[in-house]
Design a protein around this ligand. Sequence first.
Ligand code: SF4
Ligand code: SF4
Length: 77
Amino acid sequence: MPKIVVDEKRCKGCERCVEVCPQGVLAMSKKLNQKGYFYAVPTEQPKCLGCGLCAINCPDVAIEVFVHGTQYQFHSY
Ligand code: SF4
Ligand code: SF4
């Protein structure tokens, strides 16, 4: 099952990951991180497709996506 990990310390709370996720996996925390931002949290982890859109769109490289095997391939050069 795909899994994402959000590094809450890196997150600046822009909500881009929440907007781009086709599965509604992510939401914003009600707590502040060390920088004073509401950070993203995966609230619906089992729905994750492992598509990687959240990680690709995060300007702060705060999201890692772990997928066993190849489910989607975005770049084929
Ligand atoms: S990998 Fe895709 S489905 Fe999973 S949380 Fe990120 S955007 Fe959503
Ligand atoms: S896109 Fe990155 S910086 Fe923006 S809310 Fe999501 S994890 Fe935080």
